[in-house]
Design a protein around this ligand. Structure first.
Ligand code: CMC
Length: 446
């Protein structure tokens, strides 16, 4: 097949020619606001009989979206056209939530109303407590989250009609409002401490810290730099276009599944170490490295193709430049450690040294492997007192708004059809069934 793009007509097209048969097929080119243009291949199969093959979706757009834009070469991340660096410093998490869900920044009155809706729906049904009791105390909190978020479908029957825009919005608000409560309950359960009810007089970030760290015997003292860092962690993880978990949510939603079930599916996908699970793995890796002197050995291992070890918190499918979120997180990291009096933290020193060495190493430079957001968030969360198992849960708390906004956008699409990828079958050719008694024993080579 050869290809050429035809830009002369008003509808730009891309012509594919089959070198064997000489047949050609013209496909429309669609353009977004930014980013590479896309070849719309929806008619390709009907016109040529061919499918395309892109197993890890490295060059395939799965949808049109107005939410988030990433320029991986330039290290740019924008939500609804607003730069993440500006949002992280000037905005609040709930304002960003409003922006993602509704498309525009709110007026003061709209923000007040939204804040009221979220803040006043932070409690969960009392019976949800008993679901936690079904888990072992040492259950990973992400395992608990997969279960309890899906179980919310059983409690909110009044907002499960996915074809009703009002019910979709109620579900979106419920999820954003209740996810910190569920996450804090998962943490309390594993610690063997009583669940802490939400407080509506606190901000979203303050309330989350309160529910995670206060105990009946002692109120948690909220420190402004820590609250600010929490707010930033929430903002920086709010959405990230069509990553693995978001794509999971979209594909689950495309079948008509309810929003709570869809978000639970996103949580399962986020759990993996190549995605949200990386922040926990960063800390575990730093513990494993142990001392600055051991860094060269681990760098060597990361480069060795025979060794599965990778430098956790480094590299990104889309960013081939510094992750803009990592830059902001790096600043917050220093601020929090200073506020908490954690000076000369050996783990931070180790992290800084690792960063320096990796950034100057040709292996990492050539492959454009920069530190990503998870590299620093783990250190901050540890300093705040979160157990490492909670790190990915925190990511899920922040990302819930992104998932539900993407789900909502997809449900509003009039041309929505169930997502159904195709495949290249490479299995056995058609063969006749042989009854078990007549089957020959085939010796497997070692
Ligand atoms: N350490 C060592 N080598 C690496 C690393 C790493 N962290 N990341 C990528 N490489 C190498 C990889 O071996 C390959 O080398 P070669 O070209 O010689 O075969 C090259 O870089 C390209 O890697 P890839 O696996 O093709 O890249 P990918 O886009 O499929 O994977 C990634 C992206 C994030 C899964 C990967 O970089 C990784 O595993 N990083 C560590 C885990 C991590 O920090 N994940 C969090 C991502 S950010 C949070 C989020 O958005 O979820």
């Amino acid at each position: 097949m050869s290809k050429k793009s035809n830009d002369n007509s008003s509808q730009k097209t891309f012509t594919l020619t089959n070198n064997e048969t000489g047949e050609s097929c013209e496909l429309p080119i669609v353009e977004g606001t930014y980013g590479p243009h896309c070849i719309d291949i929806r008619k390709l199969h009907a016109q040529t009989g061919y499918f395309t093959l892109d197993p890890s979706f490295t060059a395939t757009g799965s949808c049109k979206s107005r939410l988030t834009y990433i320029d991986g070469e330039e290290g740019i991340l924008m939500h609804r056209g607003y730069d993440i660096k500006e949002l992280a410093v000037k905005s609040s998490y709930l304002e960003v939530c409003y922006l993602l869900i509704n498309g525009e920044l709110p007026t003061q009155a709209e923000l007040d109303e939204f804040t009221y809706h979220i803040t006043n729906h932070t409690m969960v049904h009392e019976q949800i407590k008993s679901i936690y009791q079904g888990f072992r105390r040492d259950a990973h909190p992400m395992a608990i989250m997969c279960g309890v978020v899906g179980a919310m479908s059983a409690f909110y029957h009044d907002s499960l009609d996915i074809n009703d825009p009002e019910q979709r919005m109620i579900s979106a608000h419920r999820l954003v409002a209740k996810i910190p409560t569920l996450a804090a309950m998962a943490m309390k359960y594993s610690k063997g401490q009583p669940f802490v009810y939400p407080r509506n007089d606190l901000s979203y970030a303050e309330n989350f810290l309160h529910m995670c760290f206060s105990v009946p015997a002692e109120e948690y003292k909220l420190r402004p730099p820590v609250v600010r860092a929490m707010e930033r962690i929430l903002i920086l993880h709010a959405d990230h276009e069509q990553n693995a978990s978001t794509s999971t949510v979209r594909i689950a939603g495309s079948s008509g599944a309810n929003p709570f079930a869809c978000i639970a599916s996103g949580i399962t996908s986020l759990w993996g170490p190549s995605h949200g699970g990386a922040n926990q793995m960063v800390l575990e890796m730093l513990n494993e490295i142990g001392h600055k002197d051991n860094i060269p050995e681990f760098i060597k291992r990361a480069k060795d193709k025979e060794d599965p070890f990778r430098l956790m918190g480094f590299g990104h499918r889309v960013y081939k430049n510094y992750d803009p979120r990592a830059e902001i997180m790096r600043e917050s990291c220093h601020e929090v450690l200073e506020e908490l009096g954690i000076k000369d933290d050996p783990q931070l020193e180790l992290a800084m040294e690792l960063e320096k060495i990796a950034l100057n190493d040709p292996y990492f430079k050539d492959r454009k492997l920069f530190p990503n957001v998870d590299f620093y968030s783990g250190i901050i969360l540890k300093a705040m007192g979160f157990p490492t198992e909670m790190f990915t849960v925190l990511f899920a708390v922040s990302r819930t708004v992104g998932w539900i906004s993407q789900w909502k956008e997809m449900m509003e699409e009039p041309s929505l059809r169930i997502g159904r990828p195709r495949q290249l079958y490479t299995g056995a050719p058609s063969r006749a069934y042989v009854p078990v008694k007549k089957r020959k024993v085939v010796k497997k080579s070692a």
